[in-house]
Design a protein around this ligand. Structure first.
Ligand SMILES: [Zn+2]
Length: 193
């Protein structure tokens, strides 16, 4: 029986590298991989997915209103790998669940658990609800503890505590932190003001 996998991690936990290595492993065994990535803006078509360690591959971009069931070339693939799966809609995760169970095609989703305010992304929430297998790709905070929070910093290096869940075209940067460091840095920032 195929399974729906959710492999989550914080920013810079090499999720994309893991996704691309998984793709390589399947292809080495002669399996056909459909690599997909949800759009966060309205770019469409094919996009190159790059990991920081240099791996890259082309993925089909899934728009917010797309039905994965309609788009999926089910007869031509053996496995689906999704990068940035936190940006899937709930109904797209439902589509993947159906593909796993009705067509016996494994689906591996790689993405973030939560946003810069520590709340679940909609795609991640649905994956926690529906996945057969949930594993954490671990990475560390600057203090050495496990990173669980994805802090968003502005150009001046201030942690953002308000704003949209998905920010397009900003110059902000993200860093995986443990919750204690995240909390302490916000408090220190408040004291300075
Ligand atoms: Zn820390």
């Amino acid at each position: 029986m195929a399974k729906l996998y959710f492999k989550f991690g914080a920013m810079n936990s090499s999720k994309t590298a893991n996704a691309l290595m998984t793709k390589f492993n399947y292809e080495e065994k002669g399996k056909r991989v459909w690599l997909i990535k949800p759009a966060i803006d309205d770019r469409d078509g094919i996009e190159t997915i790059k990991s920081r360690i240099g791996l890259q591959a082309t993925a089909q971009v899934i728009q917010k209103d797309d039905s994965i069931l309609d788009l999926c070339p089910i007869k031509e693939i053996d496995v689906i790998i999704c990068d940035e799966c936190q940006f899937l809609t709930e109904s797209q995760v439902d589509d993947l669940r159906i593909i796993v169970s009705d067509f016996d095609i494994p689906v591996l989703c790689f993405g973030l658990r939560s946003d810069f305010l520590t709340h679940l992304f909609p795609g991640s929430r649905r994956l926690f609800e529906l996945a057969d297998s949930i594993t954490e790709i671990k990475s560390i905070c600057r203090c050495g503890s496990k990173a669980t929070v994805n802090a968003r910093f502005d150009e001046e290096g201030n942690i953002q505590t308000t704003g949209d869940q998905v920010l397009i075209g900003g110059n902000d940067t993200y860093e995986g932190l443990c919750w204690s460091c995240y909390h302490r840095m916000i408090n220190e920032q408040l004291k300075r003001k």
